[in-house]
Design a protein around this ligand. Sequence first.
Ligand SMILES: *Cc1c(COP(=O)(O)O)cnc(C)c1O
Length: 486
Amino acid sequence: MSQISLDPENWAEFRQLAHRMVDQALDHVQSVDDRPAWQQMGGDVRARLSDSSIPWQGEGEAAVYEQFLADVQPYANGSTSPRHFGWVHGNGFPFAMMAELLASEMNAHLAGYDQAPAMVERQVVEWMRQIMGFPEGASGLLLSGGSMANFTALAVARNAQAPYDIREEGLRPLPRMMVYGATETHSWAKKSIEVLGLGRQSFRQIPVDEHYTMDIARLRGAIEEDIAIGRQPAVVIGTAGTVNTGATDDLNALADLCEERGLWFHVDGAFGALLAVSKNYRHVVAGMERADSLAFDLHKWMYLPFEIACLLVRDGAMHRAAFSQSASYLATLERGVAAGGFPFADLGLELTRGFKALKAWMSFKAYGLEKFGALIERNIQQAQFFADLIRKEPELELMADVPMNIVCFRYRDSRLTEDQLDVLNVEILLRLQEEGIAIPSSTTIDEHFAIRLCIVNHRTKEADLIAIVASIIMLAKRIKNGRTVS
Ligand SMILES: *Cc1c(COP(=O)(O)O)cnc(C)c1O
C-alpha cells in the first residue's frame, strides 16, 4: 500500500510557506489601524466563495493560501479594528493567536485526561473561581461562548430544581417550572428555555426600571402570583452588564430573594462579570459571588480570540450530576493515558473539546491579570469620555445612562419627527460602517432607534472616539442635503 498522509510532502518548502503565513498574519494585525474598519466584499469574491463545486482534487497549499489572502482575510466583520464598537466583540491579540497555533499543534483532547492540558484548563478555571469570588468546591468549565455557558448553567439549574429525577423521567408538564429574568435579558435565555423543554410560557420577563435593571418588586409579585396558581418558581436570571445598555441588576437583592424562596440564582455576566478583574469597578457587580451559577465570556472583555467562555457552578456535585455518564468505552483505568478519566465531559454536553484553555493561560501569565483589569477600566473611562462628547455636542443626544462601557445615542434635529429621526440615524449608522469609518451597532431604546457604541476594545484610542463624533455630524449634513430622509 502506498504511504499517504496529510503531512507536507516537502517539509523544507512547507516550512517556508508556514513562515510566510505567520509573518503575513502578524503584518496584518500590526497594520490594522491603517485599514478601514470594514470593507465590503466585491461581487467577484462573493461569486468565488459561493462556488458549490466540491474540491475533489487538491490545488496545493500555496495556491489556497493565496486565495485566502485575496478572498477571505480582507472581508471579516472588522472586530480587530480599533474602531470596532459593535455588539460585544473582543479584538483578539497576537500572543493569543500564537497560542492557538500551539494548541492546534498539540491537538490535545480535553474530555479530560489528567495530563498537562487538563491541568492548564483547571488552572484557568481556578483563577476565574477566585476572581469571581466563588467558594472552593465550585466547579467550572470552559465553553465556546456565553450562550453555551449560560445554557449549560440553566440545564444544571433545571435538574437541581426539579422535585423528581428529571434525568430519568424527563420533564413533567406540571407543575410548570418558572424562570425569571428582566426584559433586558439576552436572547440566549429564550433559546435555552425552549431547548431545555421548559417552554416559552415558563419564562417570565420582568419589566425594568428607568436604569434598565430588573424591577425587584415586580419580580416578587410575579413569584407570588405563580405560587398562587400552582406553578413552581425555579430560577432567577440576573444580568451583570446587559447587552443593550450595560446595566447591572441589583444582584444582592436577587441573591436575597433567591435565598428566601429557595430559587436557583444564575448570573449572566457575559462581559460585565469581568469587572471583577478590575479593582476600581468590581463593586458594580457585587452580589455576583452569591450566584449558584455564573457564565461569562473570555472572548469579549478579556479580548481573547473567539471562541472561549467560562461557566462556574457553586455546587460542583450538582454540576456533575446534570451530565455525568458511565459509558463502557469511557471506562477509566487506573494507569495509562486515560488515568483520571473524563471529568470535563461530565460537566457539559461536549465530549471532544479543544485546548482553548491554552490561549487564556499563556496570555494571563504573560501579561498578568492586572493588565487586563487596567484595559477594562480604560474602556469604561473611554465610554464615559465618549458620553461627555455627546453631552457637549448639541446635535447629538444620549438615549440611556452609561453605567459601564456602552453608549446609546443618536443624532437629533428638532425639525424632524421621531420617524424621520429613526430613518436618519439608521442611514448614519450604515454609512459609518459602509465607509469603513467605524463599526458601532444599533439597538432600540424606548422604541427609538439608537446608535450603540460598546467598547471592549484594547486598541481604541481617544482620537478614534473624537473622530466618530465629527464623522456623524458630517454624515448627517450630507444625508440631509441629499434628501435621503423623506
Ligand atoms: C454576548 C452576550 C451573550 C452571548 O454570548 P456569546 O459569547 O455571544 O454566545 C449573553 N449574554 C450577554 C449579556 C451578552 O453580552
